[in-house]
Every structure is written in C-alpha cells, then in structure tokens.
Design a protein around this ligand. Structure first.
Ligand code: GTP
Ligand code: MN
Ligand code: MN
Length: 373
C-alpha cells in the first residue's frame, strides 16, 4: 500500500470525534480562510453554512502535511464544492477573492466588533448594525439599552479582546482554588476548555468544580462567588436546573446550561502590581497600563457522578462536541454534559472517566490535546 496523503484520505472519519486534531497543524492559510467564511456565515445567521465551513477547516487541520495540490483532497470528507473552490483559488493565487472581499466588507467588520462585546450575540449585533452602530464606542453615546452583561462587555471591551495567557489562567486557578478550599473542604477544581486542549491563549478561562462526596457540591457556587466578591467585576450565577429522571428521555439533551454555573469577569492584578515597585519608566506603555486586567472566567459545578460527562463536554472544541453528540445520535444514544442515555436499552450508561464514555460510544479514545477540531 502507498503511504502519504492518499492513505490518510482513505481512513479519515467524517466525524471530528473520529480523528485526532492537534493544536498545531500544517494548513493554517487554508483553515483561516475557511473559518473566516464560517464566521461570516454566523454573522448572516446561516448556521448550516457556518458548520459546513468549520467541518471543512477541521478536516484540513487533521492532515499530516500541507495541502499543495487539489488531487490530495480526493476522498476526504466534508469538503463541498464551495470549499473546494476557495481552496483551489488559494493554492493557485495565494488568496481567495471571496475571503478577501468578506474580510474587508463593512458588515463583516462591524459584526465582528459588535459580537466581540461580552453579552452580545449575532441577533443583537445585527439589530444594532441596522440602526447604524458599527463599533462598541458608538454604544456609549447611543440611546440603545444595554443589559447588565452588555454594559460590562462595553466597559471592559479593550481588556477582554486581549487573549488570556496560560500563565494568567494558572494564576486565576490558584485564586479559585483558594476560594473553593475556603468554603468546602475537599472540593476539587479542574481547568477545562481550550487550555486543557493545550492552547497557550484563550478568550476566557473555564473551570469545573466538584466534590468526591455526591451532594456536597450543592449550593457551593454562591459561596465561592461571595468569597471572590472583591475580585469580580461582573458575575451572573445560574442554579442547577438538571433533573435526570424528569428530563430524560422525554426531552432531548440540548441542555447546555443546566449546571450550577457562573459567567464572570475577574479583576486580575498584574504580577508586578503585587510587588513593591512598579516597572521603571522607559518600559513601553507602562504608564498607561493599569495594574490589573479584566478576564472572562466560567465556573461550573458538577456532581461527581456527572463529572466525566461535564469534563468531556466542557473541554471542547465546539466542533468536537457537536460531532460527539451527532455520533451518539447516529448510534441510538443521547449525549450531554450530564449523561449518556441509550435510547434502545432505555437506560443511562454510567462513566467515571472520559475513556469510558468514548468506549460506550464505540470510539477510539482521543486525548484532550487532539480534540482541537
Ligand atoms: P477559548 O475560550 O476561545 O480559548 O476556547 P474554548 O474551547 O475554551 O471555548 P469556550 O470557553 O467557549 O467553551 C469551552 C467548551 O465548553 C466548548 O467545548 C463549548 O462547547 C463548551 N461550552 C460552552 N458553553 C457551554 C454551555 O453553556 N454548556 C456546556 N455544556 N458546554 C458549553
Ligand atoms: Mn474557554
Ligand atoms: Mn467558556
């Protein structure tokens, strides 16, 4: 048998959860282009089209080397006609006219800026855009009503658009750990999201909190949040609304929000601010840099019996999660961040590790670092 791209072509699964997708890959020029089109499709509320572009990009991320010729794509899944046209143009001319036109379009740029505000989704951004709003700054003087999240989003816009580093995530982890230890002995925290997949930067920091004794975690979050109060610039805490027996199988597990959880904005002191002396002047920008940085943090509390499902569900990537659920569906099962239900056997499949969940689903185990679909 031949080795090289064609060998890969034959074995690549159509579901992201069937493939290993590393963080660093060989086709960033192509995937950046396709992901921009996906983003723009989201801005035009065309989810189907957006997912199609994301799937195509994800397939290219999983290739063992850079694509140089169209023939190398033969037999690969998820590469529709439109994607192929874009890829072909980039391979031949170095850029895609559609991508460049989109990138420079007024609608794309305004929607990117407006949806970049914490608390603002595509629907709101589109309404504002139609009313002539182009940038967060336009909202400060406008008549448009902002909710509490959006007000925080506008206020800390410049902070929140700066990526969070792994070092900052670790410092926040230490603070959250201290809070959790103070309010419930034996509670444990786990870093999830992009950082668990090995990313060095992220748009936020995601933590799971649990306790080895089932039930002890109940009501934990309000206490943690009040311990952290002085460090939080914004927080919104939701109660756990998941009830296994009542909800399933009557309702499908679209439940993205059923844990006790908190969306927050942390006020993180910069390292030198804790020291006696600030950096000497002459260091660029030191004068204008405040001694702290606003950072988005998500806290999620899970009963230990659901921990493996929550860990799998919150580690991402988003496309990996989406395809996991789709894969489960196709196998007659229903997967959420709380549980796995076998619709034919009419019973829940328990698991205490991610490995067990992959096994229940009949999938090869994919470690977090290879879930960057
Ligand atoms: P960055 O934060 O941009 O670095 O990437 P990320 O992968 O960490 O994204 P994000 O923080 O948005 O989400 C982390 C994971 O949690 C992703 O897999 C999401 O699918 C998942 N997630 C986000 N929101 C929810 C939610 O409300 N419920 C559940 N169950 N999962 C969610
Ligand atoms: Mn995240
Ligand atoms: Mn998050």
């Amino acid at each position: 048998a031949k080795s090289g791209p064609s060998a890969v072509t034959n074995t690549m699964g159509a579901y992201a959860c069937q493939r290993k997708t590393p963080l660093e890959h060989h086709n960033a020029v192509l995937t950046d282009a396709l992901l921009l089109l996906a983003e723009n499709a989201d801005f035009c509320t065309n989810e189907g089209r957006s997912v199609a572009f994301k799937r195509a990009a994800s397939v290219l991320k999983a290739l063992p080397g850079p694509v140089r010729r169209m023939e190398e794509l033969q037999g690969l899944p998820c590469l529709g006609e439109h994607c192929q046209r874009v890829i072909k143009e980039i391979l031949e001319h170095g850029a895609s006219s559609e991508v460049e036109m989109t990138r420079h379009s007024e609608h794309y740029q305004a929607m990117k800026a407006l949806t970049g505000i914490f608390g603002v989704g595509v629907k709101t951004a589109e309404q504002w855009h139609r009313a002539g709003i182009r940038h967060p700054a336009d909202l400060v003087s406008s008549e448009h009503k902002l909710n509490r999240a959006q007000r925080a989003g506008v206020e800390y816009y410049e902070h929140l658009r700066v990526p969070v580093t792994k070092a900052e995530a670790d410092r926040i982890g230490e603070i959250v750990k201290r809070a959790v230890d103070a309010v419930l002995l034996g509670a444990e925290i786990t870093l999830t999201g992009g950082f668990r997949r090995g990313k060095q930067t992220g748009h936020d920091v995601d933590f799971l909190i649990t306790h080895p004794d089932e039930g002890r975690e109940e009501g934990l979050l309000p206490k943690v949040v009040s311990w952290l109060e002085d460090l939080l610039l914004y927080q919104k805490t939701n109660k756990n609304s998941y009830l296994e027996a009542k909800e399933w199988p009557a309702r499908p597990p679209s439940n993205m929000d059923r844990f006790e959880r908190c969306f927050s904005i942390f006020k993180l002191q910069r390292p030198w601010a804790a020291l006696e002396e600030p950096p000497q002047s002459g260091e660029r920008g030191a004068a204008e840099t405040p001694g702290w940085k606003a950072v988005r943090v998500d806290l999620v509390v899970t009963p230990v019996s659901q921990f493996a499902f929550a860990l799998l569900g919150w580690t991402g990537s988003q496309l990996f999660e989406r395809d996991l659920r789709r894969w489960a569906g196709q196998k007659g099962m229903s997967l959420s961040s709380h549980a796995l239900y076998d619709c034919e056997q009419k019973r829940y499949l328990r698991a205490t590790s991610e490995e067990e969940i992959f096994a229940h689903l009949g999938l090869e185990y994919i470690p977090p670092g290879e879930r960057n679909a």
